[in-house]
Design a protein around this ligand. Sequence first.
Ligand SMILES: *[C@@H]1O[C@H](CO)[C@@H](O)[C@H](O)[C@H]1NC(C)=O
Ligand SMILES: *[C@@H]1O[C@H](CO)[C@@H](O)[C@H](O)[C@H]1NC(C)=O
Ligand SMILES: *[C@@H]1O[C@H](CO)[C@@H](O)[C@H](O)[C@H]1NC(C)=O
Ligand SMILES: *[C@@H]1O[C@H](CO)[C@@H](O)[C@H](O)[C@H]1NC(C)=O
Ligand SMILES: *[C@@H]1O[C@H](CO)[C@@H](O)[C@H](O)[C@H]1NC(C)=O
Ligand SMILES: *[C@@H]1O[C@H](CO)[C@@H](O)[C@H](O)[C@H]1NC(C)=O
Ligand SMILES: *[C@@H]1O[C@H](CO)[C@@H](O)[C@H](O)[C@H]1NC(C)=O
Ligand SMILES: *[C@@H]1O[C@H](CO)[C@@H](O)[C@H](O)[C@H]1NC(C)=O
Ligand SMILES: *[C@@H]1O[C@H](CO)[C@@H](O)[C@H](O)[C@H]1NC(C)=O
Ligand SMILES: *[C@@H]1O[C@H](CO)[C@@H](O)[C@H](O)[C@H]1NC(C)=O
Length: 399
Amino acid sequence: MPQHHSYFGLLLLAALWHPALALSPKFVPCQIQKPASTSPLSGCPAGTIFVSQNASDPHMQFTSIQAAIQSLPPTGAATILIAQGVYHETVNVTRSAPLTLLGQLPSTAVARAAPFANASSPNMNLVQVFQTNFVMPGEDDATSAVLTVAPNGAGGLIGAGPTGAPLQPVFGNTDFKAYNIDFQNRAATFAISQALATDISYANASFYGCSFASFQDTWYTGRNGSTYVVDSVIFGQTDCAFSFGPILHWFQNVILANRACGGGLVAWKGTNQTDAPGNRYGAYISNSQIIRSPDANSSTSTTGLCFLGRPWNELATTVYLSTFMDASVRPAGWTTFSTPTFQNTTFYAEFNSTGPGGNTSQRVPIEQKLTAAQVQSLDLTIDGVFLEHPRWIDFEYLF
Ligand SMILES: *[C@@H]1O[C@H](CO)[C@@H](O)[C@H](O)[C@H]1NC(C)=O
Ligand SMILES: *[C@@H]1O[C@H](CO)[C@@H](O)[C@H](O)[C@H]1NC(C)=O
Ligand SMILES: *[C@@H]1O[C@H](CO)[C@@H](O)[C@H](O)[C@H]1NC(C)=O
Ligand SMILES: *[C@@H]1O[C@H](CO)[C@@H](O)[C@H](O)[C@H]1NC(C)=O
Ligand SMILES: *[C@@H]1O[C@H](CO)[C@@H](O)[C@H](O)[C@H]1NC(C)=O
Ligand SMILES: *[C@@H]1O[C@H](CO)[C@@H](O)[C@H](O)[C@H]1NC(C)=O
Ligand SMILES: *[C@@H]1O[C@H](CO)[C@@H](O)[C@H](O)[C@H]1NC(C)=O
Ligand SMILES: *[C@@H]1O[C@H](CO)[C@@H](O)[C@H](O)[C@H]1NC(C)=O
Ligand SMILES: *[C@@H]1O[C@H](CO)[C@@H](O)[C@H](O)[C@H]1NC(C)=O
Ligand SMILES: *[C@@H]1O[C@H](CO)[C@@H](O)[C@H](O)[C@H]1NC(C)=O
């Protein structure tokens, strides 16, 4: 869209010059709230769909995100712009063609300051999507997610026991992206049971300037899922981020905010080399921060109580790179899950942790304390672990 060139050009320039601002240069002209005289879709990719709760807005095409998603044809890349608002709904993406969800950004600044700019007071987005589902006895965790990206119902299932739900010969979305959206599971203000914010299975998905909030199993990457999260916040208590192999997830400049301590920050279920020779399946957390959540109940103690991870099954891999850890991190670092011997099959590693919780002198013996040379030789980079330069990640995003 050629209109308002100087307006957007100026904003972009300001953004590029201001290191505290985090955004997508490609999408900010679309995301930014505009004066009433300007279409909210100006600056957007052609064909962008507008979701707004304002039924009298002439540009509104759908009042719910899921209705917009269901309107999409099975093929072709799609973009959905979501107006400021609080959306009480479940978002379920089964299509395999690329889909980008954009949350509106305030017009007063080119973008909100990065959530990372002030860890003790993360900025919330203008767009919030929430559900209040939690898992009842006998139900699968998948029933509780606010956002599901999976090819079908069976693909989203987690299952139980050491092998979980059966592997599916399917793949869902090959390029799902979300920018500046808060996904919240508001089932309770404590760990009521599993209450997921995301379930991303058999899909490749990435998130920019988002937040994910719950108390148990907030972030879930499921089987054959590859996920990348940058410049975002994950709020949780028990198993903040958990995954079921074979999966890969990379958290870059993410705040892991402990609302209380339970389980481990990462509870990962591994897979072996028989399944996928040469695989690098695991959870990788880089240049991030682990903190007591600013919204933790003041009567809840976290000091020295939160574990970095626990192995749900054998062969769990969790690596923390250059991550700040506040006093909520337990000196031992890692704990066991149901079967203590699983810990001996893990690759639990840390490199260059900082902060009061980053002192590794009392970590459990199975932890690998990596040197810079080892990080290099293991190629602990995004391209190194995904075994390619993932085309589904937006590397232009500024953070
Ligand atoms: C809804 O849209 C109408 C038409 O553009 C506008 O006049 C009104 O201010 C909007 N309401 C809200 C709450 O934004
Ligand atoms: C960060 O936010 C907290 C809570 O709102 C505030 O007390 C503190 O001054 C802020 N720090 C900076 C550097 O802005
Ligand atoms: C998502 O939609 C598919 C297709 O309608 C359905 O099979 C699946 O159960 C849905 N998943 C959730 C979590 O609602
Ligand atoms: C993941 O999905 C891809 C595409 O369908 C398939 O080729 C691959 O074998 C799957 N990997 C696993 C471990 O299931
Ligand atoms: C590896 O996984 C395969 C397939 O799930 C399984 O049959 C095999 O027993 C596993 N091997 C080991 C050593 O765990
Ligand atoms: C904080 O914890 C106390 C003690 O467990 C509880 O009574 C109170 O309801 C909690 N507050 C919130 C907002 O959950
Ligand atoms: C260690 O981490 C700090 C803070 O995250 C970072 O500034 C520094 O560059 C890192 N050092 C190395 C060698 O990566
Ligand atoms: C791990 O292996 C060591 C040595 O083989 C053994 O002494 C220890 O008990 C094992 N730990 C667990 C938790 O199984
Ligand atoms: C790390 O912890 C150990 C044991 O508590 C202590 O002796 C050491 O001084 C600490 N190191 C730093 C850099 O604080
Ligand atoms: C998903 O991403 C992985 C890692 O980048 C890639 O190897 C794989 O081909 C992608 N899958 C599909 C179906 O696009």
